[in-house]
Design a protein around this ligand. Structure first.
Ligand code: GLA
Length: 657
């Protein structure tokens, strides 16, 4: 089955509407819905008193309609009775403000009463529905990521720190507490990072974010184990959300999930939304590498894109293109937030497959077409996306690069990684993500010819060794500035940057010279450096490009070091998108890496998954794609050879014969 549907909130509607819902779902070819994500107050109206009648009725009705259910545990939004009875279960901000109910996600994951209440409702649901014939997937919680700094969190944090560091001396050493007289002489002195006078200790903040990731994971695992015990055959997931505020290391969490599920909301109105879709799909596939790269798009917006401060309605065909793009990049389907647009509540204008206007609307009509396409693709979309190129992703480096006191306020981890991915995407290379912080990194690297590391600020000795072996064995490694700078505790690797990779790169960086916004530095190949420059000395590497301006004139800017049978490139300046793309094209040419399908018209995209080749025309004119051989259009069954024309805004999947 391909998942096609979305978050369904029947609790917001009278039961007559449910009848129409199921009829419309069948009309659109919906195969599955996420149910009960925010239904705690309807399921447990008073502590310990449960009302499952309505959920029984809708589960049965969906089952009768042939629609599967991803049944949620509603623990992301405790009801008001919970917070009144257990005020210690409310989260406290870094400023010491205890939040109260009135929104969602208002809980402290370290508070025993919250954990007990979450286990109780999860166990009730498990007991009642684990063998319901409509149940296809458990959807634990929603978008784990809530942050709390209360005393209960503090106690749990200390326990985690004792395990991580072993002793207070080791913690003091790892956190460099000699700086500003922060030496701890008793565990009880350590709190979560809270409002303080000036810059906090970055190692303290970093460890807190790691702790929070593990603490939230503990809450997930507790529910997962309850659900699994009730029926080991039903897979279990939780929907990942991404953002600078989210202290969840998804690469590590993925090992604990049966299915990696991701919420993804591109936020640009122009072609950047397509680049972002590709990025989200590729990153999710990386997290799902243990499952052959298969993951599930659990939420995206059916229609409106929230560009900052403004909604942007998707142009006709865009919903279909985005959905098929996630599918091509490894998703097991396409699910949306949400099925029916609500009449009220905080997100009353968020788009839905059935909007306020009702089914007689462009979005619902497009959903019907998409449902037909997905039905035709069912059973045919399988197998891996094979990529020769991988980009490094490391949540702790992102967290570390959010500290104050960095050499430039504009350093933006996500933007840096996105830029590398965008350059590879625009050149048409299939691109994966790898996670240098994971133990299995050495084995993972062996599948790639090129690995690019933007902003891999924190690196362990073991990861650095795995990357060295990758190059020695013939790989091409491209390292950007601010990579390899610190050990996992955030302590600088001394002797010249980038300490972890100096030998491998054959360079030594002795001085950083970040550029002011809007200024550039000339390079001797005619490109301009942006955002960043630094004084690089070579120690074995060949200089490919030099700085041509400022006090750096004549100094190395881009270098390449032959190491074993591979090459390690160092890119010291920031580059704009075009210059970065030209550079990565050059690396690809040297590494013998080709795009998925050469010769695509402008604004076209090709993605190969298993035996299928997906073609996307994001432009507003038709385009003709040269095909490597005879092929068959999957949906229509039509045979094509030589070339295929894709209409403006169109997407199609073909099988090469
Ligand atoms: C998230 C949540 C949904 C909804 C959407 C809105 O992904 O999981 O409940 O709030 O965002 O974009």
């Amino acid at each position: 089955m391909l998942f096609f549907g979305g978050d369904y909130n029947p609790e917001q509607w009278p039961e007559e509407v449910w009848v129409e819902d199921v009829a419309l779902m069948r009309q659109a070819g919906v195969t599955a819905v996420s149910l009960g994500v925010f239904a705690w107050s309807q399921l447990e109206p008073e502590e310990g008193r449960f009302e499952f009648g309505w959920l029984d009725r809708i589960m049965d009705r969906l089952h009768a309609g042939g629609i599967k259910v991803a049944l949620a545990t509603p623990t992301a939004s405790p009801p008001p009775w919970f917070t009144l009875a257990h005020p210690e279960g409310l989260p406290v901000t870094a400023d010491g403000v205890r939040l109260t109910h009135g929104s969602r996600d208002t809980y402290c994951v370290s508070a025993p009463p919250y954990r007990a209440a979450a286990r109780r409702i999860a166990a009730e649901l498990a007991g009642r529905y684990a063998r319901h014939p409509a149940l296809a997937l458990w959807h634990v919680h929603n978008e784990y990521g809530t942050d709390c700094r209360c005393d209960l969190t503090a106690a749990s944090f200390r326990g985690w720190l004792e395990k991580r560091h072993g002793s207070l001396d080791a913690l003091n050493e790892a956190w460099t507490t000699t700086f500003w007289s922060q030496r701890y002489s008793d565990w009880a002195q350590i709190t979560p990072p809270r409002a303080t006078q000036y810059l906090p200790n970055p190692a303290h903040v970093l460890d807190f974010r790691r702790f929070l990731s593990d603490e939230l994971l503990g809450a997930f695992v507790e529910q997962r184990d309850l659900l699994r015990a009730a029926n080991p055959d039903v897979p279990i997931t939780t929907n990942f959300v991404q953002g600078g505020w989210v202290s969840v290391d998804h690469a590590r969490w993925a090992a604990e999930l049966d299915v990696v599920a991701v919420d993804h909301y591109p936020a640009a109105a122009d072609d950047e939304a397509e680049a972002e879709t590709a990025f989200g799909g590729d990153l999710a596939r990386g997290w799902a590498h243990r499952d052959g790269g298969e993951w599930l798009l659990m939420e995206t917006a059916p229609n409106l894109i929230y560009t900052p401060g403004r909604m942007h309605a998707k142009e006709p065909g865009r919903l279909t293109r985005h959905s098929l793009n996630y599918l091509a990049r490894g998703s097991r389907g396409a699910m949306y937030f949400q099925w029916r647009q609500p009449r009220g509540g905080a997100e009353l204008f968020h788009s839905a497959l059935v909007p306020h206007a009702g089914p007689d609307s462009p979005v619902f009509r497009e959903a019907i077409g998409l449902g037909r396409t997905l039905k035709a693709l069912t059973g045919k979309v399988a197998g891996p996306v094979v990529a020769d190129v991988a980009v490094g992703w490391d949540a702790p480096s992102w967290w570390a690069l959010q500290a104050g006191g960095l050499p430039a306020a504009e350093i933006d981890y996500l933007a840096g990684v996105r830029q590398v991915h965008r350059a590879l995407y625009r050149s048409g290379f299939a691109t994966d993500f790898v996670f240098p912080g994971l133990d299995e990194i050495g084995a993972r690297l062996r599948s790639y010819r090129i690995v690019v590391l933007p902003f891999l600020y924190l690196v362990s000795d073991a990861s650095a060794a795995a990357l060295r072996d990758f190059v020695a064995g013939g790989g091409h490694l491209v390292v950007g500035h601010l990579s390899g700078i610190a050990d996992p505790a955030g302590r600088i690797r001394l002797g010249g940057y980038p300490g972890a990779f100096r030998d491998l790169l054959g360079v030594r960086v002795v001085e950083w010279r970040p550029l002011a916004p809007g200024t550039t530095i000339a390079l001797d190949d005619g490109e301009q450096g942006v955002r960043w420059s630094e004084r690089v000395e070579t120690a074995g590497a060949a200089t490919l490009v030099r700085y041509a301006g400022d006090v750096l004139a004549g100094a190395p800017a881009i270098t390449r070091n032959r190491y074993g049978s591979g090459s390690a490139w160092y890119v010291s300046p920031g580059l704009d998108d075009d210059a970065l793309r030209r550079l990565l094209d050059r690396v690809a040419a040297e590494a013998g890496v080709a795009p998925v399908l050469p010769g695509l018209p402008p604004r076209f995209e090709a993605v190969r998954r298993g035996e299928l080749l997906f073609l996307f025309n994001h432009g507003d004119v038709p385009g003709t794609v040269p095909l490597p051989g005879p092929a068959r259009v999957v949906v229509s069954g039509r045979e094509v050879s030589g070339s295929l024309t894709v209409p403006p805004g169109g997407a199609t999947a073909i099988r090469l014969e």
